[in-house]
Write a protein that binds this ligand. Sequence first.
Ligand code: EPU
Length: 440
Amino acid sequence: MEEQTSMYRIHGGSEITGSITCYGAKNFATKAMVASLLGEGVTRLCNVPPIGDVNLSLEMIQSLGVNIEHVNETEISIDPSSLSTSRVVLPEHRSNRIPVLLLGGLLHTFDEVVVPNVSGDKIGKRPIDFHTQALRQFGAEVEMGEDGYVARKTGRLQGTRLSLPYPSVGATENSLFLAVKAEGETIIENAAVEPEIMELITMLRGMGAIIFTGPGREIRVVGVSQLSGTFMHILGDRIEAASWASLACAADGEITVKGIRPETLGNFLSYFREVGGGFRLESEHSITFYRERELTPTSVTTDVYPGFSTDWQQPFAVLLTQADGTSLIHETVFDDRFGYLEALNTLGAETEVQTTCPERESCRFKGENYPHTAYIYGKTVLEANEKTIHIPDLRAGLAYIIAAAITEGAVYVTGVEEVERGYGDIVQKLQNVNLDIERV
Ligand code: EPU
């Protein structure tokens, strides 16, 4: 664990107004870096977010012998020609999910890949069985060794037909990495189709991969023996954009969010409108969010794309504390993602988490005793009273900042390294919309 040394002091109640430019999507930038390792030439990535998770991924990839040049703060070039080892080591006890993807990303180049066993955010069990099953179907052997997971192959990986038990983002990405240079055709059934996956497919196509998508969740890949480098612009972060929308509406302010393609927000915009949020499309990459009327409660089920993203629910939950009546969030992607609500209750929110699915709805967690259904009873006045709350995971961190922004008085938020891992210099962005926040 990294030492938690800093905290935010947030004095809520100021009028939230201004504009914020979203960074490139964390959850695509790091995958694009892995994809670049599959090419024979240099890949240039622009709009790369200057955040901790990207730096960690870059360090990890660099330690494999890969040459990385920073063209400027948000543009890098990656030259994998000097890739010299396939033993992935995490720098300084920091961790993210990228090592799992390097199993697929490196196994074309090396006959053995070793990656550490990583956990990621504290939001559920997060097994990697779909990944290991996919690797096996392509002809690799996988086992858990002393240093983590070891994948081995003899000869070229073989295209296959695989059906993911659930449309996992990471397992779809790993399967794509394995399929693009495998021998023959691969069909991935029940694949994830998040916008970041579609961007990854575009990037791989740019490198020479042959990938066919259809209207459903099936992806067909015809393996090629070689890929080249490419150029890729990292799309704006739709999770970040939705968080600013929730902040604007919860605080009854107005934020113009730039650097985001509105279509990547999909159903979020409709849920937002339904609870009382308003927005204006300003340009192809810019949306202004505000509160249109008194907020009303709603029921949200998180789901894979195009459903309501599990990464949107935490800031949205804070918004729902300001709606008059009972709202419900049914989390069906991760099994334990409501731990953050407890601290919100200490500020005056009234929420309750249950292990059962809501009435007339069920999900794959039914009967599993997972705390995956949350009730939010509004409208509540949040009170700061100089309280300290600790960020348990990245997305919860932003929820806490929004909660602090709508309380009267000062709140101290600890564990800020977690939020900066995904959002970078968030203090500056928040000061730009007039939030009274400082890092102390
Ligand atoms: N799952 C398995 N076995 C597997 C893989 C996944 O059971 O082998 C389960 C997971 O436990 C989970 C569900 O499938 O219940 C979905 O997991 P998925 O694989 O889709 O998630 P991921 O690839 O690990 C990415 C993002 C998450 C985001 C999810 C869902 C990255 C680095 N992470 O995780 O982002 O919530 O997809 O969209 O891309 C975040 O950014 O804060 C974050 C957690």
